[in-house]
Design a protein around this ligand. Structure first.
Ligand SMILES: Cc1cc2nc3c(=O)[nH]c(=O)nc-3n(C[C@H](O)[C@H](O)[C@H](O)COP(=O)(O)O)c2cc1C
Length: 295
């Protein structure tokens, strides 16, 4: 397998310890769990998405495993502003705070709470199972642009996490870029559902949810590839990554760094393992790899 030279990484205005970040919502609800992931080989972490009001999320079942992925409808549970209490243990580390709101004003309000603790913000305009939030806004390019602009005004690098549940993801990527985004992140989960044949009912309490894990990897690669062609800002790849070979494929599609979520549930030490396989002193310059599949 092709390997990369190790060394500090800069992506979307943020300095990272390596190319591998923890994706939002995966073991990222406390400072202690984020610190553990950082100390076990991640180059940076993204927090659980934090919103304008405390939220208990959807009633269960909220998560079910499928053959090659995870189907979840957590419904963005979070403590809102109280998440500030989790920050001290991870201050001065590469922490990206994921935020959401129902309009540009709410995004700006939540960002304001964390402006002294975030290396960057990641705007969740892509959750497929939170009525009035997430993909409800993120399918509308004008709204993506307005939310991005409202947060970017604070002067902190702003990443915009996009939904794949649209006909053309580049329209939202370009909207984020117009709003001043420093990077786009692709992808959040794919809207999906399962039905229990025994119960004759949808499995998830919310009926529909978002699919993640190995099943979505080819969709994520395609989205990263299209965004790399359309946008001038960096693309962060996310979706179905579980090994160093996947990271390399994402980078060849155009990703400047990657986020890993579902696979961490199966192996909390995954970051160190992937970094061990990915980097070698004799490896290639990452700049020669990012986007090299575009001819
Ligand atoms: C249980 C669970 C909770 C998630 N919570 C969030 C969240 O709060 N905010 C967000 O932007 N994405 C959230 N996601 C989406 C992931 O960050 C990621 O985009 C998606 O799972 C695809 O990556 P993966 O296949 O590596 O998991 C969540 C995913 C899962 C499985």
């Amino acid at each position: 397998m092709v390997q990369l030279q190790p060394g500090p990484v800069s992506a979307g205005g943020v300095g990272l310890d390596n190319h591998l970040l923890l994706a939002a919502g995966i073991l990222g609800t406390t400072g202690a769990s984020l610190l553990r992931i950082l100390n076990s080989g991640a180059g940076g972490v993204v927090t659980k998405s934090i919103g304008p009001y405390p939220n208990e999320g959807h009633h269960g079942p909220c998560l079910v495993r499928t053959d090659t992925g995870i189907l979840n409808a957590m419904g963005l549970p979070n403590p809102s502003k109280e998440f500030l209490d989790e920050i001290p243990v991870i201050r001065d580390r590469p922490v990206i705070v994921s935020i959401y709101g129902g309009n540009p004003g709410e995004f700006a309000e939540v960002a304001g709470w964390f402006k002294d603790s975030a290396r960057a913000f990641e705007l969740n305009v892509s959750c497929p199972h939170a009525a009035g939030y997430g993909a409800a806004l993120g399918s509308d390019p004008a709204m993506v642009e307005a939310c991005t602009r409202a947060v970017r005004r604070l002067g902190i690098p702003t990443w915009v996490k996009l939904t794949p549940n649209v006909t053309d993801i580049t329209l939202c990527g370009l909207a984020a870029e117009r709003g001043g985004a420093d990077a786009v992140v692709a992808i959040n989960t794919l809207k999906a559902m399962r039905i229990s044949t025994g119960m004759r009912r949808p499995v998830l309490g919310n009926r529909t949810g978002g699919l993640s894990g190995r099943a979505v990897f080819p969709v994520a690669v395609r989205c990263v590839y299209e965004l790399y062609e359309a946008c001038t800002i960096p693309v962060i790849g996310c979706g179905g990554i579980s090994c160093a070979e996947d990271v390399m494929e994402m980078m060849m599609a155009g990703a400047s760094a990657v986020e890993i979520g579902s696979a961490v549930y199966d192996d909390p030490l995954l970051f160190a393992k992937i970094a061990g396989d990915l980097y070698s002193e004799n490896g290639e310059n990452p700049a020669d790899i990012v986007g090299c599949a575009h001819v």
